[in-house]
Design a protein around this ligand. Structure first.
Ligand SMILES: C[S@@+](CC[C@H](N)C(=O)[O-])C[C@H]1O[C@@H](n2cnc3c(N)ncnc32)[C@H](O)[C@@H]1O
Length: 306
C-alpha cells in the first residue's frame, strides 16, 4: 500500500514490520559464532510480534539451508543481511558507549522500533535514554519487555509520536535538556522519511543540540536511482517465504541530502565508513557486491558538534 503523510502502523504492518525484520537479523546474529553482538531481547520481541516467518527464523525452524530450498538465491543474501545487522548494531552500540565515555548523559534513539539498547548497554548510572517511535510501537515494546521482566539499564523515557509531527516539543516535555549535550541515533530510519522530513529532522536535531553533542545515522546512496520494480525483484524472496512485505512501496526514493553533508554545513564534524569497510573492521567476510542491491553501498556516518 502506498505511503501517506499521516500513515501509522504496528510492528506487524507497513514500516513497523521492518523493525521486526531487523530485530530478526539481530536475534540470529546474536547466536552467531562471530560473537559481534548480544541482543538477548531481540528473539522474544520478534516472537511476541508474531509474524510467522520471522518467528520461525529466530526459532531456527527456517534456517539458511531451509531458506535455500525455498528460494535458491536467497540464502547468500540472507547471510549478508544478518552479518550486516551484526556490524550495524555494533557501529551504533559503539557510538553510544563512546558518547557516554565522553561524558554525554542524554541519548535519543529516533525510530527506536525493537531496539533494546536502553535495556542492554552499560549506560553510566545517571544517563537518560529517550526513545521515539510511533505510539503502537513504543507501547508494544514497553509492555512486552516488562512482561519478560526486563529492566532498563538507564533512565528510559518514551516519546510516542510520529517523527513527522512536533516531536521536539514532545521530547522536551519528556525532559530532554537542550542545554546539555545529547547523543542522537537515527538507525534504519531515513529511507522511510520523505527528503524534506529528513532535512527537518536534522534541523531539529541541530536546534536541540548543545556543543559536545554527537549523532550517528546512515546514508543510502541507492535511493537516488532507486527503481521500485528492480527492488521488488530483488526482494521477491519475501513472498516466496510467505512474507507479505512490499519494501519498495514503504521507501521514499529520489534525490535527498546526505546526512553527513547536511550536518557538516551546520557545523558538525562528520565522518563515514562504508558497509564493506565495516565488515573488514569487524573481521567478517565482505559480501560479493550485489549489482541488484537497491540500497547500494550504505555509508554509516557519525559526528560531533564542536
Ligand atoms: C527499520 S526499522 C528500524 C528500527 C530501529 N532503529 C532498529 O534499527 O532496530 C524503522 C523504524 O522507523 C520507525 N519510523 C519510521 N518512520 C517513522 C515516523 N514517521 N515516525 C515514527 N517512527 C517512524 C518505524 O516505526 C520503525 O520502528
Amino acid at each position: 500500500m502506498a505511503r501517506t503523510d499521516d500513515d501509522s502502523w504496528d510492528l506487524a504492518s507497513s514500516v513497523g514490520a521492518t523493525a521486526t525484520l531487523v530485530a530478526t537479523g539481530r536475534a540470529i546474529a546474536s547466536r552467531d559464532a562471530h560473537g559481534l553482538i548480544d541482543d538477548p531481547f531481540a528473539a522474544p520481541l520478534v516472537r511476541a510480534v508474531g509474524i510467522d516467518v520471522f518467528t520461525k527464523m529466530v526459532d531456527g525452524e527456517l534456517d539458511l539451508d531451509a531458506l535455500a530450498q525455498l528460494a535458491p538465491d536467497a540464502a547468500g543474501r540472507a547471510r549478508a543481511n544478518i552479518d550486516e545487522m551484526a556490524v550495524r548494531t555494533r557501529f551504533f552500540d559503539d557510538f553510544f558507549v563512546s558518547a557516554a565515555a565522553g561524558g554525554i548523559r542524554q541519548a535519543v534513539i529516533l525510530a527506536s522500533g525493537l531496539d533494546s539498547r536502553a535495556y542492554r548497554l552499560p549506560w553510566p548510572e545517571d544517563t537518560v535514554v529517550y526513545e521515539i517511535d510511533q505510539p503502537q510501537v513504543i507501547e508494544f515494546k514497553t509492555r512486552t519487555l516488562a512482561d519478560l521482566g526486563a529492566a532498563p539499564t538507564a533512565h528510559r523515557r518514551t516519546v510516542p509520536i510520529d517523527l513527522r509531527d512536533d516531536w521536539p516539543a514532545a521530547l522536551q516535555a519528556a525532559g530532554l535538556n537542550p542545554a546539555e549535550p545529547t547523543a542522537w541515533c537515527a538507525e534504519g530510519l531515513l529511507i522511510y522519511l520523505p527528503p524534506e522530513a529528513q532535512d527537518r529532522l536534522f534541523d531539529n536535531i541541530a536546534a536541540l543540540s548543545a556543543p559536545g553533542s554527537a549523532v550517528a545515522t546512515e546514508f543510502v546512496p541507492g535511493l537516488k536511482d532507486f527503481d521500485p520494480e528492480k527492488a521488488r525483484a530483488a526482494t521477491a524472496t519475501f513472498s516466496q517465504i510467505g512474507l507479505n512485505l512490499d519494501m519498495p512501496s514503504l521507501i521514499y526514493h529520489g534525490e535527498r541530502h546526505s546526512a553527513a553533508d547536511y550536518l557538516s554545513a551546520k557545523g558538525w564534524q562528520m565522518t563515514g565508513i562504508t558497509r564493506s569497510e565495516l565488515f573488514v573492521r569487524n573481521g567478517l567476510p565482505v559480501p560479493d557486491r550485489d549489482e541488484n542491491d537497491p540500497m547500494g553501498e550504505i555509508v554509516y556516518v557519525s559526528g560531533t558538534l564542536g
